[in-house]
Design a protein around this ligand. Structure first.
Ligand SMILES: [Zn+2]
Length: 274
């Protein structure tokens, strides 16, 4: 095979894999965040930072996809141009008033995973705003009923957080909800089984890796875009370069969670980030 053919084959394989970006609340100037702890604000990207990231995607001609789009096209079709999936967790009000207009202007789609009981709480969308977001054409996914760590729950708890949350969201937006993301990235075989049974088509966690045609749609990796993620680091993440560095940091945190358990880990992290 000529080197040109080899490089074409290589780039086709690369194009066929998609990084799923994971965002949370965006910080809007003059507006208080939903929570003030350091462990929370680490995940809050400034609006200006988000705008530069989306502008860069637009400039280089990349597509911003919803989870459903990514599963339907990019993960299956060799001819798609470079793409990332853009996802948001929790259902903050900044989804509608900040992220949505920036994404629209750049012609990007996205999936907003909503925690049902957060609707109407301070800094989060109200039901009417969620309907507005859905009416703009963005995909609405589910991020559980109460944001409980699913791996800590019994069967009844999983039903409520995964299955009943789906039904409530569908009632609110009047559309099917087919994609789920796990609070805190906590996921196991029981979670996946309940999600399948409830009728979801995918489950996203926060495993640091790109997704491709061979990826199980109930084990979609996502990479958190953090307050400290500089534009160059963002570009590398989109290209799936240097993911091992993020993986190494997360492995350390994962080991700490394993040893300490969820609640002790959270208290320890809050202490360290004070
Ligand atoms: Zn969350």
């Amino acid at each position: 095979m000529s080197s040109e053919a080899q490089s074409t084959k290589h780039s086709a394989r690369q194009q066929n894999r998609v990084v799923f970006l994971m965002y949370h609340e965006l910080e809007i100037p003059g507006r208080a965040l939903c929570h003030s702890e350091a462990g929370y604000s680490r995940y809050v990207v400034k609006e200006t930072q988000f705008r530069s990231q989306i502008h860069w995607l637009q400039e280089v001609g990349w597509h911003g996809l919803s989870a459903g789009d990514a599963l339907a096209f990019a993960l299956r079709n060799d001819c798609e141009p470079s793409s990332v999936a853009v996802t948001f967790d929790d259902g903050c009000e900044s989804d509608l008033i900040s992220a949505a207009p920036i994404l629209k202007e750049a012609g990007c789609n996205a999936t907003f995973y909503i925690t049902v009981r957060f609707l109407g709480q301070r800094g989060h969308m109200k039901q009417t705003q969620l309907r507005e977001l859905a009416a703009l054409g963005f995909e609405i996914g589910c991020h559980s009923m109460t944001h409980a760590y699913l791996t800590d729950l019994d069967d009844r708890g999983l039903q409520r957080e995964i299955s009943e949350a789906k039904a409530e969201l569908e009632e609110i937006i009047g559309k099917q909800v087919e994609h789920f993301s796990c609070p805190g990235g906590r996921c196991d075989a029981r979670v996946i089984q309940v999600a399948r049974h409830a009728g979801y088509r995918s489950v996203a966690n926060s495993r640091v890796r790109q997704n491709g045609p061979a990826t199980d749609s109930f084990d979609l990796g996502r990479i958190a875009i953090l307050r400290g993620t500089e534009l160059q680091a963002f570009q590398e993440i989109c290209r799936a370069e240097g993911l091992w560095k993020i993986q190494a940091g997360n492995r350390l945190r994962g080991a700490a969670k394993q040893v300490l358990g969820n609640s002790l880990y959270d208290r320890g992290r809050a202490f360290l980030l004070r």
